[in-house]
Design a protein around this ligand. Structure first.
Ligand SMILES: [Zn+2]
Length: 255
């Protein structure tokens, strides 16, 4: 069974048919989904969704876009959430200099606080980094005891190699299937098999041939298939490796 290591099923785009989509996933080959919180509210709801569905686990944290919403209660709220059943990581956290929806100094502060939290709680992290590679690496280096997942990785082979050395897993999504994809394809060809993950980042980043439509975890197999094609191996090999790796990254027992 496939493991979608990064989904946002709580997005309003799933309000009409969320339960139906989730119920249909095992038949589409998806046995595991990590639902990723972006703010305190979606983190609370992610933890609740994971309790409702045996194939879902929750990741809780404040996204760099939402860093400006961090307040005096956020840390204790995340600490409490992290103790709940099926909450497996802190994320998604990091830096986004493409949109700059929160001021950069605020993004940095909120990112570091959550790295510290992950270190205290001995949990892995899920990192979002866009046009902020150097600053992201600086922060990660300051927390050498923390490991986790670099989600929707779009960097170079060199950066991937640095991250792998630092103990991170590299997660690929639909962008690897896009016609203009160059860097993700190169990285997918070179990343060690035992460090690669697949994700949808749904409802966005829909893989070809469904690009432009709403994405959902049932399409994660298209990402695995594309990586298999790039590496010239069977899709089953990528499926087995990415599920095993995601289980290891999140500390979830997988079959
Ligand atoms: Zn995401």
């Amino acid at each position: 069974m496939l493991f979608d290591s990064h989904a946002h099923l709580l997005d309003p785009k799933f309000d009409e048919d969320r339960q139906h989509i989730i119920a249909g996933l095992p038949a589409r080959g998806v046995g595991y989904v990590a639902e990723i919180g972006c703010c305190i509210d979606t983190s609370i709801r992610a933890a609740a969704l994971a309790k409702e569905h045996h194939i879902i686990w929750a990741v809780v944290g404040v996204h760099p876009h939402d860093a400006k919403t961090w307040d005096g209660h956020s840390e204790s709220q995340l600490r409490a959430l992290a103790k709940e059943d099926k909450v497996v990581a802190i994320g998604e956290i990091g830096l986004d200099y493409h949109y700059d929806f929160s001021p950069r100094d605020v993004q940095a502060d909120v990112f570091e606080r959550q790295m510290q939290l992950a270190q205290d709680l001995q949990l892995p992290v899920v990192i979002h980094s866009r046009e902020a590679t150097a600053d992201t690496l600086d922060v990660l280096r300051r927390f050498p005891q923390v490991g986790g997942i670099m989600h929707s990785f779009s960097g170079s082979v060199e950066t991937m190699e640095l991250l792998v050395k630092m103990g991170y897993y590299i997660s690929f999504n639909g962008s690897v299937t896009f016609k203009n994809a160059k860097k993700p394809v190169e990285v997918a060809a070179h990343v060690p098999l035992e460090r690669m993950l697949v994700e949808t980042d749904c409802p966005y980043m829909t893989p070809v041939p469904f690009r432009g439509k709403r994405n959902d975890p049932g399409y994660v197999g298209l990402v695995a298939q594309k990586i298999a094609d790039i590496r010239g191996v069977d899709a089953e090999e990528i499926e087995a490796a990415t599920t095993r790796n995601a289980g290891a990254a999140y500390g979830i027992e997988v079959k």
